[in-house]
Design a protein around this ligand. Structure first.
Ligand code: ADP
Length: 479
């Protein structure tokens, strides 16, 4: 089985969020199931050196105004097809935003070009490699099924995975022409989304199957509260929509071998975790908690992540003698509010603004609990890292958070199966209540250690989900 993944980011080459982790991990997990998955993605400036080592398998004299090549290479265990188009991708700034922090003005052309090339590879192959299935991810690859639909040539079946329905890729409809999209596709059932050309809409409308990254989120996005305008279309296609949980790379995220930790540890040997905690307290300028947990947060600082609620919960958190270490970046007002909070609660709340992968490992290794008060969360990865590192997740009951953490309610405690704390509604008082519950659980050392060990044994790898993707590919191939 050959599967063409089409995506805009892939860890460890380029990453802005969980999408990259998934694209970096799933092909490797599928390889163990005899699925040959290759990732077609742009060759951005910071990863140019990967292109230098590959071989050219396709080229075009003019792709949206410049020359383009597809370079096949293998790096970090992933088979890559890198779209080299310097006029679109070889530039300073972010992969979606310019150096001033604004979306690139030509994003429609950039990712439309990615989809065009993907559709061509899907139909013609690249150096003899012809996929059986095309698996597009998020809006950046959303046009792939549309290009295949408007073509008269035979095309493989398509799967679209929605990693976050908040990111939709809606553009002025006069982009239809430069993107080579046929006007007949601009309908309510097709590319049109509230008067715009919708890239994600195209993917949802024209792919054979739609998946998202947790069963609960799959149900939620069929409701107006979470569907962000797509609830109607997704409900109409409910039979083709399913949720497959994300996993994590359990080799990269392993407390027994993690080189970013001060001290490695395991479920059997928990004591060394304390050294990581000491190091973290020092790094964030915190005094030792007063028989209470050291909470951490590792996140984009946006309202999606509910971190504004956390700011309001700080009096309760610090009042319990707990400590908080925050690593994040994003919304400038939220960044400033956290920096101010660190000043106000000096020694009790520590904040580092930025993106720091090694530090994020140490935070999982050294904290007692991780707070994730997201208003919505398609899957979430940091609670999975938390489970693996015995860092108890305290999470909003939504999306993948609801599907991966077993709340320490009375029944779960009695049955000995709890792995964390869930709360609902996602409000300041809901979060404060959860923080108090976590502090109460922490005070019972035996209880807490039992929960840590259970959390660390909870399966968080890709095995089951990779099989679930393969099942979808197999079913599509056979129809
Ligand atoms: P999302 O994709 O919505 O941002 P996820 O929880 O699915 O949320 O994935 C976020 C990923 O980015 C995780 O791997 C997390 O550890 C990482 N991350 C987020 N913010 C930071 C940061 N400031 N520094 C390091 N890693 C971060």
């Amino acid at each position: 089985m050959k599967v063409l993944f089409v995506a805009s980011e892939c860890a460890p080459f380029v990453k802005t969020g969980g999408l990259a982790d998934v694209i970096g991990a799933v092909p490797k997990a599928l390889a163990g199931l005899d699925v040959d998955a290759r990732v077609l993605m742009p060759l951005y400036r910071p990863m140019k050196h990967y292109g230098a080592k590959g071989r050219c398998v396709w080229k075009a004299a003019n792709l949206q105004g410049g020359k383009a090549r597809l370079i096949a290479t293998k790096a970090e265990g992933v088979e890559l097809l890198l779209l080299e188009a310097p006029h679109l991708f070889d530039r300073d700034g972010g992969i979606y935003i310019d150096t001033a922090g604004k979306d690139w003005a030509d994003n429609a052309l950039r990712f439309g070009a990615l989809a065009q090339v993907a559709a061509e590879v899907a139909q013609e192959g690249a150096a003899g490699w012809l996929p059986d299935i095309v698996h597009a991810h998020d809006w950046q690859a959303g046009l792939v099924p549309a290009y295949l639909r408007q073509s008269a040539k035979p095309a493989p079946p398509t799967v679209l995975t929605i990693h976050n329905i908040a990111f939709q890729g809606n553009f002025p409809n006069d982009m239809m022409k430069p993107l080579g999209l046929k006007p007949a596709l601009y309908t309510q059932e097709g590319l049109e989304f509230w008067g715009h050309l919708g890239f994600l809409k195209a993917g949802i409308a024209y792919s054979d199957r739609v998946t998202t990254v947790s069963p609960t989120y799959a149900r939620e996005i069929m409701e107006p509260e979470f569907g962000m305008g797509f609830e109607g279309l997704l409900s109409a296609r409910a039979a083709d929509v399913s949720g497959i949980l994300n996993g994590i790379d359990t080799q990269v995220w392993d407390p027994e071998t993690d080189t970013d930790l001060v001290s490695t540890y395991s479920a059997k040997r928990l004591k060394p975790k304390e050294k990581n905690r000491d190091s973290l307290l020092q790094r964030f300028g915190l005094t030792a908690p007063d028989n209470a947990p050291l909470f951490c947060v590792v996140t984009r600082l946006t309202t999606q992540k509910g971190v504004d609620l956390l700011l309001e919960a700080l009096p309760a958190l610090t009042g319990r003698g707990a400590r908080l270490a925050v690593l994040g970046s994003g919304d400038k007002a939220l960044e400033a509010a956290f920096v101010a909070a660190a000043r106000q609660y000096k020694g009790q709340v520590g904040v580092i603004i930025g993106y720091d992968e090694p530090l994020s490992h140490l935070m999982q290794g050294g904290s007692d609990a991780i707070l994730i008060p997201s208003r919505f969360e398609p899957c979430g990865l940091t609670q999975l890292y938390g489970l693996r590192y015995g860092t108890i997740p305290v999470v909003a009951r939504t999306g993948g958070l609801a599907d991966t953490v077993i709340d320490a309610n009375e029944a779960a405690i009695a049955a000995g199966c709890s792995t964390g704390v869930q709360f609902s509604p996602v409000t300041v008082s809901g979060l404060v209540h959860a923080i108090h519950r976590a502090c109460d659980l922490f005070a019972d050392r035996k209880q807490w250690v039992g929960m840590m060990r259970r959390a660390m044994r909870h399966p968080v790898g890709w095995a089951d989900s990779a099989q679930a993707y393969k099942d979808i590919y197999t079913a599509l191939k056979e129809t």
